[in-house]
Design a binder for this molecule. Structure first.
Ligand SMILES: [Zn+2]
Length: 196
């Protein structure tokens, strides 16, 4: 645990084990990270998550994980929250765009057929000239986590599609191979966005 990189919302331990310090919060007797950073535990059992201070430049080939805030055909607007660069995760706050031509690899007349606002997506940076453009075409890129458009509960991946077990309804998305492989932290953040 100590020295490990954690993301916001990640479970760190119980209140019996640790005292919640800087960069953490306590909820129902459990301590969670509220930061992106490395875990430190003091001799007083105070647990802290120290943020990464490196400033990081977004470059083509990096990957961004974020939440779709808006679909303004033919563009999808993503609030980028994490940057993956050579296997390391950094917290960022950036806006990125996905064009309809860079989603499925096929002609797509409407982004909203395969993406919805509030989906969590992973995209690869193709250009950073003036704005950040992402592609969702590679198998690892696309929707990482999505909610049912009717009941708002998380969708389960079944083969290449998504399914709501409550409504017994299929939904179509450009799903990433890594669907569901997402830190608890990101899910919690996405949930928070849901409730707003
Ligand atoms: Zn549903």
């Amino acid at each position: 645990m100590v020295g490990r990189l954690v993301l916001p919302g990640e479970y760190l331990g119980t209140e019996e084990e640790f005292i919640a310090g800087t960069g953490t919060y306590e909820e129902d007797g459990r301590v969670y990270s509220s930061n992106v950073g490395d875990v430190e535990v003091g001799s007083d059992y105070r647990i802290r998550v120290k943020g990464k201070e490196e400033s990081v430049v977004v470059q083509p080939g990096d990957e961004i994980i974020g939440v779709i805030t808006e679909i303004n055909e033919p563009l999808v607007i993503v609030a980028g929250e994490y940057l993956i660069k050579t296997g390391k995760v950094y917290v960022i706050k950036t806006r990125a765009l996905v064009h309809a031509s860079r989603i499925t690899g096929h002609y797509l007349d409407q982004c909203s057929k395969v993406l919805k606002a509030r989906d969590v997506v992973r995209g690869k940076v193709v250009s950073t000239r003036g704005k950040i453009d992402l592609t969702l075409e590679p198998p690892d890129e696309g929707v990482l986590y999505a909610f049912c458009s009717k009941c708002r509960k998380p969708l389960q991946r079944i083969n290449s599609g998504l399914y709501c077990t409550y409504c017994q309804k299929n939904e179509t998305r450009k799903v990433s191979n890594k669907y569901g492989e997402i830190s608890e932290g990101l899910i919690k953040n996405a949930d928070r966005q849901q409730r707003k």
